[in-house]
Structures are given as C-alpha cells and as structure tokens.
Design a protein. Sequence first.
Length: 394
Amino acid sequence: MKFNYNFKNIKESYLFAEVANRTETYRKANPDKKILKLGIGDVTLPLAPSVIEALHGAVDDMSRQQTFKGYGPYEGYDFLRESIREYYRSNGVELAMEEIFVSDGAKSDLGNILDIFAKENTVLVPDPVYPVYVDTNEMAGRKVIYADATDENGFLPAPDYKIDADVIYICSPNNPTGAAYTKAQLKEWVDYANAKGAVILYDAAYECFITDENLARSVFQIDGAETCAIEFCSFSKTAGFTGTRCGYTIVPKCLEHEGFNANKMWLRRQATKFNGVPYIVQKGAAAVFSERGQSEIRKNLAYYKRNAELIANSMDTLGIRYTGGKNSPYIWLKCPDGFKSWEFFDYLLSGAQVVGTPGAGFGRNGEGFFRLTAFGSEETTREAVFRIENLLKK
Ligand code: PLP
C-alpha cells in the first residue's frame, strides 16, 4: 500500500495558524489591551430574516409525510436552479438549466472539478492567490506555474501567449488583493483560453461586491466564455452562508474538447460522488433571490462595503497605496516604510493592537503587502482605523 506521495509536496499552510499564534502570545503578555481583528475572511452578520424563515419552513416540510424529502437531485432542486438562472439573466447571461449545478460551496467544487481534467495539464495560477487552487492541484500531482500579480500590473496579470497553460485560475474580485478584472481585460483571457484550447476556472465568490458596470460579475458576460470557462460561485459572502454551506457551479454545455463534454462529465462525476445539498439549505438559499431576500442581503452587503470604504479612506489619508476596498471586501495595502509583511503585522499588533493578514502568506509576490478585511463589525472597523491612523501618522 502507498499513500498519495504528492501530499509530501504540499506546503504546510502556516498563515492563519501563525497569525493566531502571534496574536495569542501578544494577548497573554498584554492582558489589559483590547485586540481588534481585521484579518479573517469570514462574515460576521447573521443570516437574513427571509432566509431564516425559509429554513424553518423547510424543517417543517421534513416533518410531514406529504412534504418530506429524501435524496434530492445531484444537480440541485429546480426551484433553486431556476432562481440562479433568473439571477444570471438579470446580469445579461442566459443559461440552460442543465448548466447549473448546486454545490455545498465554492471551495468543494473548486477542488472536485479537477476530477474531470487529466493529470498532465499545466495549471496557471496567479501569485498571490487563494491557496486552495495550488494545494488541490499539488495533491493530484499536477504541475503549477504562476502568473505574477504585482503592483506594476495592478495585481491583474494579463495572458502571455508565450506560455502554454491548460487550466487557468482567475478569481475576480480577487482574494487577497481585492483587484477585479474589467470586462475588456477578461476578454483577453477568454481569447487566450480559446486560442490555446485551455479552460478558465473562474472563481466569482466575491461578485456581489461589484458595483462598477465595467467590471465583470460573471465570466459568461464575456463573449466566447461558454467554450472555455467554468464558473464557481457561492452564497457564503453574498448572503452570509459560510456556515450554512451552499454555492453553485456553471458548466456550459458547449465546453468541449477532443470529443469530451465538460458538462456531461461533471454531471457524471457528481452522480458518482455527490448526493446533493440538503433540501433545507437549498430552500434557505432560494430565499436569497426573493424580493425581500435581495433587499435584506443588499443591506448586509452595504454594511460591509461601508467598512471597506472606511479602511480605504483611511489609507488615502495616510497616503498608503492599496488595491480593493471598492468592488471588494478586501483592502490590499503596500506596507509603509519598506516593512516586510510579517514585520508590519508585528508593528500593527504591538503598536495599535490590530490584527491583519500578512500578504507574504498568499505567495511570493505578496511579500511587502498586507490584507485588511471589511467583514468585521462597524465598531471594530472604526476603532481599528482610528488606531492605525494614530500609529502610522507618528
Ligand atoms: N473562493 C475564494 C476566493 C474564497 O476566498 C473563498 C472563501 O474565503 C472561497 C472560494 C470559498 O467559498 P465557500 O465558502 O463557498 O466554500
């Protein structure tokens, strides 16, 4: 017997463990100081009332013989897929029902989708990046190459025709940099992928933060994407479902290559390894698309956006360069005074008792950068911004 030796190649992720360690060490040494956390990417507001009502209603459905549900469809219930379809239609994207697959979140499907791709593919991932793309490919023994996301290109790398990538990851708005591709920039990637016979795995987990019309909310707003892209989206950040778990994956029917059809393969894969998202959760997710649900989640999103604006305005006041803050819950800032990421972490923690995330933890190009998030409470965000300004103005 042999274990999967590729696990030896996966780097230990020390990032959040190290953040927690250093924070705890500081807390123990300074028990009287109040530490404010702007590091996590998790939401803090509770689920919308309309979602809660739908969840309760669905629990009651399970208690009655006539409305009880056993195994559901692998692809999700039609009531939710219809709502997702309508949502895409409102963004100018026409989908067939068979192209919509309900998932238990973007993370699972971002990993699971690799089942339909051959091992010998070359995988192109931006650096810095959400670590899941790299780790899932390395677990499967695939070669990963990097597209540099730097200050110079606004953390939005463009395709390089000299490089032959097969599987390309794009996350927009991006975690960690908060940068988001315009439709014109994304068109360049779609053209590249179609020219190379490559596929784009498009992570739209933060699309709900987009307000600027020039930015893409979905890769399928771009002509030609239906023959080269798969999209992953989630209710996690849109509607606070990080703990409730629901998302969706769009696999176009015309994404074909060498006689294989991605949509058919994905359905086959799901039918084999997945028994669907709980009915109760899907009912809660469907409520997000109701008129009331939309107005409630817009309020929550506006709350996080105000936090992002507070942090961004503060960076403007301090003359610190950053990306994100608009169209994104993340503010990715250049550490002032030549600080390295972890040095700046320690400086902020000891000088202002504010915790953020060192950019170096997201990849080589993250060194010298720092991520703050807008998912905290307004009170914490205001206080943290006040303290950061006081410290850095000195
Ligand atoms: N994609 C990105 C870029 C993320 O930052 C996250 C979570 O933070 C996810 C996907 C995971 O989303 P989900 O909760 O739907 O699994």
